[in-house]
Each structure stands twice: as C-alpha cells, then as structure tokens.
Design a protein around this ligand. Structure first.
Ligand code: AMP
Length: 485
C-alpha cells in the first residue's frame, strides 16, 4: 500500500474515523494480542460489539490471527448470546465494555501493546466466520463458512458491483447477518470507505443519506428497509443520488422494485442467497422493465442452482421445484450438528469428488431465458424485517415456558410479515404480556410474536396434529373484518 493509500479513509463510524493505515495497524495489534492468548487457526472468537469505530479493526484482527469470528447481534438477549457462545465453543468473547469474565476481553485490552506473536498460517479451508440462524428444532444453528467460499463470492461479485477506491459504502447491516461480510470486507479490498450507519437508539439509518451533500455511492439493504428509506423525503432524495443499490435478504416486491428503479440513476440489483451458500448465489440486474413477478436472476460464477422435486429429480422446464445450490459457495454445514448438516447438505453427483449441494427450502422456476423466479418457501421459515425465523423455533421456545401447555405460531405476510402466537396455558392468570417478556429474554426481537393470544385449546386435525391452517384462517378472517390484524 502506498502512503496515499494508507491515508485514505477506511472506516467512518458514529464516534470517529480510521484511515487504512490505522485500520491495518490496529487489526495487526489485535491479531498479535490474540496470538499471545494462543488463539489462532481453528479457534472461534465471538464478537459482540456495536457498529462503531472498534468493530472493523476487531473483526479484521480476528481474521488476521487466523481464527474465525462469531458475530453476535448486540440487540440479542443475553440468555441467547450465552447459549450461542456455549454451543459454538468460542475460545474468547470480545465485548466493547469491560466485563468481569475471564473468557471476555475488550478491544482496548487487545490494543494495549502486546509482544509480537508469530504470523499464523491460514489456509483457504480454515473458517472465516460462523453465523447463527434460527433453527427449526428449537435452537439456533451455526453455519460454518471457510475462507475459500467467501473469497469465491467476493471474486464473483466483481462482475456485478462496480466500485473504485474512494467510493463510500453505507453499511446498515448487523454483523450477525452474512451480507455484512460483503459490506465490510469486499469494500475495504476495493479501497472503499465503509460508513457504519449510526443505528443506535433504534434508528434505521444514519442521517448521512439524508444530507444534501452526502458522498455515499453504494447502499445495500433489505426491501423492508429500502421501502422505509423511500418514505422520508430526505432519504428518498439521498438514495436517488447513490450509484449502486443492492436489495437483498428477502423477496423484493415488484411494486417496490418499480418505485426504486424510477428513482435510481444507475445500478440496482436484487441479490438472493442463503447463509449456507455464502451470502449470495444469484443476482438480477434490474433494468428499465422491472420484472413482475420479480426474478432473482442468474447464478453467480462458480455456482449452480438446480430445481429438484421431492425425490431429488430435476423438474421439467418451467415447473416449480426446490432450489438446490451447488458449487463454490456451499459451506461446511452446521457447527457440531452432523445430523442437521446431512439433512440439508447432499453429495453433488455432478460436482468433483466430495462436493456437496445445499437444499434451500426455497421454491422457484426458470423463465424461458434461464433466469430464476423464487416463489416462496416449502417450509415454515419466514423473514421478519430481513431476520430469518423458523416458526418452529418460536413454537418450541414458547412450549418450554413454565405454564405453557401448547402453542401454535403462524405468520401473516401482508402488508409486512408479522407473527401471531396462540397459546394454551395451565395458569389462567398468565397474561400475554408476561409471555412476551419471557420470549424477549430468549429470542431476537423480530421472532417475538406481535400478537399473543391465550386460547382454551388449539385446533387439531382428526389425527391430533396441530391444524395451523385454521390458525392462519383466523388471521385471515380478522383481516377481512378489520382491514388489518
Ligand atoms: P439468510 O440465510 O438469512 O440470508 O436467508 C436466506 C433466505 O432469505 C433465502 O433462503 C430466501 O428464502 C430469502 N431470500 C434472501 N434473498 C432473497 C431474495 N433476493 N429474494 C427472495 N428471497 C430471498
């Protein structure tokens, strides 16, 4: 790196900024400190930090130590964080504020002049990060992503996102979502500035985009958040001045796509992919004629999406099948859970020896020109404000609460996805608010149902199975009666 390069701004954060030289120096110090604590390749370091100045030096420091990082959303309840850290077997937890815990350390402690440690030898097969997602069995599961998968995705995205040194990427994403990996590291690799939006206090985005002379060139967000940006005249104006927008994380409604397309001067993409196949697997460049139904486009270089039926056979052209993804993005599966891994990751008969493909649970079909349309899910996974939630996990956690005899959880998708829980309780005095408070201690906020209703019994089929269709019908009935649930 030349002196001019090291002086360029790498990170702008709520409490200050760092140039590339400072970022590299701080991350090297953190890596050395971790090395001195015997942390290196094969280890996992949990990072629970706000999106502020220390975050990127810390994540980069963990990677430079040879260890992988486990990002934890600071908004998650402590109980869930503890469960995830224990399940993952993290060697260390890095937290912003000092805590009286031998297994936790702050960035300030790591930055305090360490003695030199030998440089680690990191291979492409070493893990880069582990990200926990909602698990249908009742507990979150950690997806293990090796460096080779992230590197392949970064290279493939060079064909889809144009960037140059000095461009500014507005980072809105929690480090606990895998799309943050792209917005933190692909960007820095291009010499871009990462502007960490101040999302403290519940703000959805920093005031940066609302300012008339902002210099932000790239924005990536869920459709829900992009829709929010359109509502405010100032951020709407600000968005119209960026060069590139990525919509990702959940289905982009065609109507919103049209509104965005009319506003945006230049590149606008819809990127699709599960955490299990490393951030994204397909991309659609949305041109002047916005597809309706929306398409998720074509595979990224090195990846293949098969459309398979229940028997694992390709569906006829134009028919709907499950998206099964093969190629360089397929990760190692779920940490410490070979049972869950073999359930979703299968040998790939057309790939090299030992290669596997991933069954996404998403359903879709090919257009005549080969582009893909994703029509929804084959299971009970939903997205609430971009958060991936297995309704079965919410049901299982509800079922474990004291006094809860049975529970059914369903989702309502319009106008936005919200959850409703129907609960049978032993203690007639237990109020929905008390149940909500207990759920909030155990689940991320978006997984806590907006509506909790105590019922005498749950509808069951003749075989005694919970009849969720009837619960969904109740939501539908009320919607037609009230206009909204
Ligand atoms: P996550 O692992 O949290 O990234 O969630 C992945 C899931 O989100 C996918 O399996 C899809 O169900 C959904 N998803 C992500 N991006 C898109 C998109 N562009 N269009 C439709 N669904 C999407």
């Amino acid at each position: 790196m030349s002196t001019a390069d090291t002086r360029r701004t790498a990170v702008r954060a709520p409490s200050g900024s760092l140039n590339f030289g400072e970022l590299l120096e701080r991350s090297a110090t953190i890596a050395t400190s971790l090395g001195n604590r015997d942390i290196g390749p094969g280890d996992l370091v949990a990072v629970k930090m706000p999106r502020d100045l220390d975050l990127l030096p810390t994540l980069l420091g963990v990677l430079r130590s040879g260890a992988a990082y486990l990002p934890i959303d600071i908004a998650d309840p402590p109980r869930r964080t503890e469960a995830v850290v224990a399940d993952a077997g993290a060697a260390l937890v890095i937290v912003e504020d000092s805590v009286p815990d031998a297994a936790a350390v702050t960035p300030a402690e790591l930055l305090a002049a360490p003695a030199a440690a030998p440089a680690p030898v990191v291979t492409a097969d070493d893990l880069a990060y582990v990200i926990y997602t909602s698990g249908s069995t009742g507990a979150p599961k950690g997806v293990e992503v090796p460096h080779r998968c992230a590197a392949a995705l970064f290279a493939a995205m060079d064909d889809h996102v144009a960037a140059q040194p000095g461009d500014v990427w507005l980072s809105l994403t929690s480090p606990a979502f895998d799309i943050s990996v792209f917005e933190f590291f692909w960007t820095l690799g291009k010499g871009m500035t990462v502007e960490l939006a101040d999302t403290s206090g519940g703000a959805l985005f920093s005031t940066a985009l609302a300012s008339d002379d902002h210099d932000i060139t790239h924005v990536q967000a869920t459709p829900t958040l992009l829709g929010g940006l359109l509502l405010d005249p100032a951020t709407r104006r600000g968005l119209s001045r960026v060069r590139h927008v990525t919509s990702t994380g959940e289905a982009l409604p065609s109507e919103l796509g049209r509104e965005l397309r009319a506003l945006l001067p230049d590149a606008f993409i819809n990127a699709y992919g599960p955490t299990e196949t490393t951030i994204w697997s397909t991309v659609e460049h949305i041109g002047e004629s916005v597809p309706d139904p929306m398409v998720i486009g074509r595979e990224l270089a090195g990846q293949t999406v098969h459309l398979l039926d229940d028997m694992g056979q390709p569906v006829p052209p134009g028919s709907t099948g499950e998206l099964v993804i093969a190629g360089c993005g397929v990760t190692n599966g779920y940490r410490g859970r070979p049972d869950l891994t073999t359930d979703r990751f299968f040998p790939d008969p057309s790939g090299p020896d030992g290669s596997v493909m991933y069954r996404t649970g998403d359903l879709g079909y090919h257009l005549d020109d080969g582009r893909l349309v994703c029509v929804g899910r084959a299971d009970r996974q939903v997205k609430v404000r971009g958060h991936r939630i297995e309704l079965d996990e919410v049901e299982a956690v509800l079922g474990e609460l004291p006094g809860v005899e049975a529970a059914g959880v369903v989702a309502r998708s319009a106008p936005t996805t919200t959850l409703a829980a129907f609960v049978v309780i032993a203690d007639a005095d237990a109020a929905p608010d008390a149940i909500r408070a207990q759920l909030a201690e155990r689940l991320p906020a978006p997984a806590v149902p907006a509506r909790i209703e105590i019922v005498a019994e749950l509808p069951r089929s003749t075989s005694g199975k919970l009849d969720r269709r009837q619960l969904e019908d109740r939501l539908g009935d009320e919607r037609s009666r009230d206009g909204a649930v």
